[in-house]
Design a protein around this ligand. Sequence first.
Ligand SMILES: [Zn+2]
Length: 80
Amino acid sequence: MSEAKPICSAKGCRADAVWVLAWNNPKLHTPERRKTWLACEEHREHLSQFLGVRGFLKDVVLLGDWESGSEGSAGSAADR
Ligand SMILES: [Zn+2]
C-alpha cells in the first residue's frame, strides 16, 4: 500500500481531507487544466474563499466523488 491518506492542504492542518477544491489560474494554466487542493471540513470554506476571491475556484467536490470519477456527478457539487 503506497497510498497515503489524503490530508487537508491548509497550512499546518493534518486533518483528513473531505473535500477537493478544483481551481485554475488563467494566468498560469490553460482553461481546461485543474489544480486541486484538499480540504477538511473545517478549512473548506477558508480555502474556497481564498480561491474564490481571486476567481480561481471552479468546483468543490467531495473527495469520495472526486476519486470515483466525474460519472454520476453531472451538474455542480459546489454550494450555490
Ligand atoms: Zn484543514
